[in-house]
Design a protein around this ligand. Structure first.
Ligand code: NDP
Ligand code: OXD
Length: 309
């Protein structure tokens, strides 16, 4: 059984060590040294070159190093009939929860305003409001959205959520579908986007949806850059409809030099690091799934390519 591994983020070799510690006999091939393509049974990959996965004729399962699979589904030459498994592992969920809490608290406690004041050497208080008066909305109530809701709950923010199908999440007022979108947005003082990027969700953060939020709301996009119409956010920041944004993902990554977000006083940006797959915990999730598959049991976390996530 041979596993091909490809990620540009294994600078310390943690993945190799972690996979081997799950199964010391694992025949691990690290891309581009795949050896005989016929040997490869499984691939664990992040952003493989388009067409690459088709060159392994005996490939049984493709594992995504990330929770998102748009780096795979965008490949027009993906091998047909090979299941794709997205990453679900506790380290990734925990990291996202931390980032969302940090960002929500920063907007709640006016940190953008204080940063601007500090640059202008202004010493001025802004009245504090209770978290009970700051509603946080989470678009996408999947593994990461629900994980973020759990981490936000103890702070006392009223939580609302939006998903494709009806959901019941303890402590979260849940909306779903197109009909639920506007009522959901109307209750978001801080909006967190944790949707997968699909044909339905591309461009979902746009002039219309930003206008449907309460005036002065904040946006946290930790999903994909393709969810946000960047020009519409810039206009909404300009008009004051949106008071600030935390952006971790962008239409083009790395964010091009000279992009207006870089210097924008109402934008906090990070280089797609809201959360990271942690090799130690993720290797176990992948190897457990492979073991299940080899034992003839169903895989977990398989992507429905028709749905797009
Ligand atoms: P899941 O598949 O577990 O959850 C997706 C959620 O989105 C589900 O609740 C789903 O609804 C909802 N959804 C999908 N399509 C629609 C739609 N058209 N309308 C309304 N709701 C919809 O994904 P994860 O939580 O694991 O991950 C979410 C995304 O986070 C990833 O796809 C990735 O893009 C991003 N990500 C970003 C990272 C970063 O560092 N910036 C790190 C990791 C992930 P339903 O429940 O009804 O199916
Ligand atoms: C992911 C990511 O999808 O890191 O896991 O963006």
């Amino acid at each position: 059984m041979a596993l091909l591994f490809k990620s540009d983020l294994d600078r310390a070799g943690n993945w190799e060590r972690s996979l081997k510690s799950c199964d010391p006999d694992l025949d691990l091939r690290v891309w581009p040294d795949a050896g005989d393509p016929n040997d490869i049974d499984y691939a664990l990959v992040w952003q493989p070159p388009p067409g690459e996965l088709r060159t392994y004729p005996n490939l049984k399962v493709i594992f995504s190093v990330g929770a998102g699979i748009d780096h795979l589904s965008s490949d027009p030459d993906l091998p047909e009939g090979v299941p794709i498994v997205r990453m679900v592992e506790p380290g990734l969920t925990a990291g996202m929860g931390e980032f969302v809490v940090m960002s929500a608290l920063a907007h709640h406690r006016f940190m953008l305003d204080y940063a601007q004041q500090a640059r202008a050497e202004v010493w001025e208080e802004i009245s504090q409001i209770s978290t009970a008066r700051r509603r946080v909305g989470i678009m996408g109530l999947g593994v990461l959205g629900r994980g973020a809701a759990e981490k936000l709950a103890p702070f006392g923010f009223p939580l609302v959520g939006w998903s494709r199908s009806p959901k019941q999440v303890p402590g979260v007022a849940c909306y779903h579908g197109q009909d639920g979108l506007k009522p959901f947005l109307a209750g978001c003082d801080i909006l967190v986007c944790l949707l997968p990027l699909t044909a339905e969700t591309r461009g979902i953060l746009n002039a219309e949806t930003l206008a449907a939020m309460p005036r002065g709301a904040a946006v946290i996009n930790v999903a994909r850059g393709g969810h946000l119409v960047e020009e519409d956010l810039l206009a909404a920041l300009e008009s004051g409809q949106i008071s600030g944004a935390t952006l971790d993902v962008f239409r083009e990554e790395p964010l091009p030099k000279g992009h207006p977000f870089w210097q924008h006083p109402r934008v906090v940006l990070t280089p797609h690091i809201a959360s990271m797959t942690i090799p130690e915990t993720a290797a176990k999730a992948v190897m457990d799934n492979i073991q299940r598959f080899e034992a003839g049991q169903p895989l977990t976390d398989v992507v429905d390519l028709d749905r797009g996530y």
